[in-house]
Design a binder for this molecule. Structure first.
Ligand code: ADX
Length: 626
């Protein structure tokens, strides 16, 4: 029987009144999947109610059986098919349907979307189409039901078909077939209908048998989310199910976000059979390592090459499920693979209604409140590094749900657009490094200089006044005998950072190096003033964490409009003309500090006033005795 395919799970989407149950009844009968005597019962019930045979009663009858605790789960209906069985996954109502899809309760490999020929495509049909795309279903059959009610009119069908195709084109999903049917009469369900000779495509049954179980993601990079860690004797066994890729004894594994590596010593097996040497996507495994690493549930194991991204911030497209509106700044729990992490929805960038006919192309601005069932583009921020893959790189590792007090409030897809992988700079490449110890302490330097060393980090838009203020403050401090030095983004970009441009990755690295250099100056006892746009909050936070001296974030504040009006270097003009790409404030983001130590708003201030504010702050911050 090796020609049989594995079981395929097919989710049923569609309005109840559009004939889902009737279609299911028909399919059950056509595939001989009904329990003995069921058809007779339904015939009796139908005639008792004075009706012609009602196919929808078949599912009702199965439902009744389930209610009595007998045999079949009506939400999972099995069709016996020659090529291999199909399970139809149904949900009792619209809300359950959405929730099941988003939370993964109804994982499925394919979908059938039912649309009413008389009513045409409804808002709910758009929502369903959107959801199917959102959860990553790539095999879709659409049935246009009740063709008998529109006299099998090919024009009516063609109109619906082309509207559907246009809608799907706005998403990332295509229908393998769009089939005109009459579920009630059986047209095009199991056999081709003679009443629609103009239709040349497959019947529903034929279309269903063309569905394939999804290929195991063997070719994607190895991802093994650690589910649990067991201790036996003095061995630690890391357990989890391979999400993708392949694993072999001897492989070096990288654990994220802890960034530790070790080699796979063994793949454990239960029972007497010799332990396996390899494992592949879909298999649960227990592994031991050659080093006694402290690894916890929630870590993501990969190979060193093709590792997941490490970041404290990512963009996400959310499907918002909760009746309570989402608020910017809301704290929630991220459930991502086996990790559970507190996060904040930092900004709400866009909200859209998935029931809209023009799908995602519908433009709406950033809103105040996010209603239930909206699609929301957000920036999510975590306090510590998390390991993830962008959804476009990895369909499984790039999705997550958000939980609020044990209740799932959203499902989402991750994107790293505009954010840099923070791993490369977080991980030293070299091994066997032994740090030497200085004989001069910070206190000795402070005593000689009359002030402590510190990093004073000026962030803000181009044209806000960072360099001007920094250099003027530097001159004044120098005159008063301070050890002081300005590291200006533009200047350092001609030397240490000459290899960096303005992509998110390069800016991130630019800020990391500025931070490292400033930290060295501060350690040497200097007041190290950095003047750089440093647009990403995560990078600034990292610079603060990495600094081995007091770190003070100063937001030199002025709106884009103000900076653009000043335009001291004429760069805004060039950016608007498209001659500078990714210009901050024009075509690249600037993330305003939320907890700056000092804010200098330069909008209506003189340079003198701004410098005075900074000097007041710095002299106190470095504990000057001068
Ligand atoms: S950062 O974003 O990486 O922190 P940095 O402060 O070092 O930027 O450099 C910003 C300076 O580079 C600006 O003052 C401007 O003179 C120049 N520049 C050139 N291209 C860009 C760009 N696309 N965006 C911002 N600044 C740019």
């Amino acid at each position: 029987m090796d020609a049989r395919r594995d079981l395929v799970r097919v989710v049923l989407a569609g309005h109840v009144d559009h004939g889902k149950s009737t279609l299911v009844g028909r399919l059950l009968h056509a595939t001989d999947s009904l329990p003995e005597g069921k058809l007779e019962t339904v015939a009796k019930v139908s005639s008792r109610r004075g009706r012609a045979f009602e196919w929808a009663f078949v599912t009702d009858a199965l439902q009744a059986e389930r209610d009595q605790g007998v045999t079949i789960d009506a939400s999972h209906i099995k069709l016996r098919m020659a090529g291999g069985d199909i399970v139809l996954v149904d949900a009792p109502g619209h809300r359950e349907f959405i929730r099941n899809m988003i939370t993964g309760a109804a994982t499925s490999d394919a979908a059938v979307l039912v649309i009413d020929a008389l009513e045409g495509i409804q808002e709910q049909s758009y929502r369903h189409g959107f959801l199917l795309d959102f959860v990553g279903i790539r095999q879709l059959v659409i049935v246009v039901n009740k063709m008998d009610l529109v006299d099998f009119d090919p024009a009516r069908f063609a109109a619906i078909e082309s509207a559907l195709a246009a809608y799907l084109a706005t998403l990332d999903i295509a229908a393998t077939a769009i089939i005109p049917i009459s579920a009630r009469d059986g047209d095009n369900v199991a056999t081709r209908s003679e009443r629609m000779p103009w239709y040349r495509g497959p019947s529903v049954l034929e279309a269903l048998s063309a569905f394939r179980p999804p290929a195991a993601p063997l070719d994607l990079p190895l991802r093994l989310p650690i589910q649990a860690v067991y201790k036996f004797d003095d061995r630690r066994i890391l357990a989890g199910t391979l999400l993708s890729g392949r694993l072999a004894v001897g492989d070096t594994l990288l654990f994220s976000p802890s960034n530790k590596t070790a080699r796979v010593k063994s793949i454990e097996a239960w029972g007497p059979s010799p332990p396996p040497r390899t494992a592949v996507a879909g298999q649960p495994v227990g592994i031991t390592l050659d080093l006694p690493l402290f690894i916890e549930r929630g870590e993501l194991a990969s190979h060193v090459e093709r590792a997941p991204v490490e970041t404290t911030a990512f963009r996400a497209r959310l499907f918002w499920l909760s009746p309570e509106p989402l608020r910017a700044g809301q704290d929630l729990t991220l459930y991502h693979l086996t990790a559970r992490v507190p996060v904040t929805v930092q900004t709400i960038e866009r909200v859209r209604d998935p029931g809209a006919r023009d799908g995602l192309s519908a433009a709406t601005g950033a809103p105040d409140t996010v209603a239930q069932d909206s699609i929301v583009d957000v920036v999510v921020r975590a306090r510590d590094l998390i390991a993830l893959d962008a959804y476009t790189e990895h369909r499984w590792a790039g999705r997550f749900v958000l939980v609020d007090k044990d209740r799932v409030v959203a499902g989402g897809l991750m994107s790293m657009q505009g954010f840099a992988d923070q791993r490369p700079s977080a991980t030293p490449k070299s091994a066997h490094i032994y740090q030497s110890k200085a004989l001069i302490s910070p206190a000795m330097r402070t005593a000689r200089n009359g002030h402590g060393g510190a990093v004073i980090w000026l962030t803000g838009l181009s044209g806000a006044g960072k360099s001007t203020i920094a250099h003027e403050a530097e001159r004044r401090l120098f005159e008063r005998g301070y050890q002081v030095y300005v590291l200006d983004g533009d200047n350092v970009r001609t030397t240490l950072n000459a290899d960096l441009g303005f992509s998110p990755e390069d800016r991130s690295e630019n800020v990391r190096r500025l931070g490292a250099a400033a930290s060295l100056f501060a350690e040497a006892g200097f007041v190290a003033m950095v003047a750089a746009i440093s647009p990403y909050a995560a990078d600034r936070a990292r610079a603060r964490d990495a600094a081995r001296a007091p770190f003070h974030e100063v937001w030199v504040r002025a709106d884009v409009a103000v900076c653009e009006q000043r335009d001291p270097k004429g760069l805004y003009k060039l950016a608007r003309a498209g001659e500078i790409k990714n210009f901050t404030g024009v075509a690249a983001p600037y993330e305003s500090p939320s907890g700056a130590d000092l804010v200098i708003d330069t909008t209506d201030q003189t340079i003198e006033q701004s410098v005075a504010t900074l000097l007041d702050y710095v002299t106190i911050a470095v504990g000057a005795t001068r």
